[in-house]
Design a protein around this ligand. Structure first.
Ligand code: PGA
Length: 257
């Protein structure tokens, strides 16, 4: 049984004031005994605040949206895994398509970050997904396989338990156009196949695969009931505490015991 994992990716949004207001509402919407894992990845500037706010409740784990692969040094503007650990960050999102697209991140660079995060006991949410042109050319699985092989190079089988894969078709991110549950399931089961080749069938069965791309409270229930969809990575809809709570509830109600 895989425990579902729903993560909020706030991207470059949310001031400290907005973070506090979000938490006031979200905290009351979510029960202490939730049967799924909830992660919030705010911008770096709100990590400390959110870490203080969430410390008491233990309902939510903290995530970061990026990190550098070195531990420290002359890397102006960067943040290391050690610094994230100090703020009680448990997860780091790596390989997001916006970082690939706007900041030139390659599979090779992302691989360095994955290895560094794991070595610092951070869990990784690794994003993969094809562009619209790649899907139209029928190449989505090929692209995703290449990303997985490149980004997970050198990861030891026993480290796969600290990895979550987020399948996020680029054409569905922030566009309001989500993949259908069938399209998503098809790619998720292909991802699991690739993971079996990389780490063995038993381990691949344990790895959680999130879907991301225009997830909202109305499409979440159908997506999350698919057998290989183990959670969601949510951008836009996670900025509203009530909407995000509804997505969490959809995950809770599709969680098999
Ligand atoms: P979206 O973003 O939910 O706004 O489409 C998802 C993501 O980028 O992780």
């Amino acid at each position: 049984m895989r425990r579902k994992i729903v993560a909020a990716n706030w991207k470059m949004n949310m001031s400290l004031y907005e973070t506090e207001n979000f938490w006031k509402v979200f905290d009351t919407e979510i029960s202490e005994s939730t049967n799924i894992e909830i992660v919030i990845a705010p911008p770096f500037t709100a990590l400390y605040k959110l870490s203080e706010l969430t410390a008491k409740s233990q309902k939510v784990r903290l995530g970061a949206q990026n990190m550098h692969f070195e531990k420290s040094g002359a890397y102006t503007g960067e943040i290391s895994a050690t610094m994230l650990r100090e703020l009680f960050v448990r997860y780091v999102i790596l390989g997001h398509s916006e970082r690939r697209q706007h900041f030139g991140e390659t599979n090779e660079l992302i691989n360095k970050k994955v290895l560094a995060a794991l070595a610092s006991q951070l869990r990784v949410i690794l994003c993969v997904g094809e562009t619209l042109a790649e899907r139209e050319a029928g190449k989505e699985k090929e692209v995703v396989e290449k990303q997985l092989r490149g980004c997970l190079k050198g990861v030891k089988p026993e480290q796969f338990d600290d990895i979550v894969i987020a399948y996020e078709p680029v054409w569905a991110i922030g566009t309001g156009r989500n993949a259908t549950p069938e399209q998503a399931q098809d790619c998720h089961s292909a991802v699991r196949e690739f993971l079996s080749e990389l780490a063995g069938k038993e381990i691949a069965q344990r790895v959680r695969i999130q879907y991301g791309g225009s997830v909202n409270p109305s499409n979440a229930p159908q997506l999350l009931e698919k057998p290989d969809i183990d959670g969601a990575l949510v951008g836009g809809a996670s900025l509203d505490p009530r909407n995000f709570a509804l997505i969490v509830r959809a995950a809770e109600s599709t969680q098999s015991s």
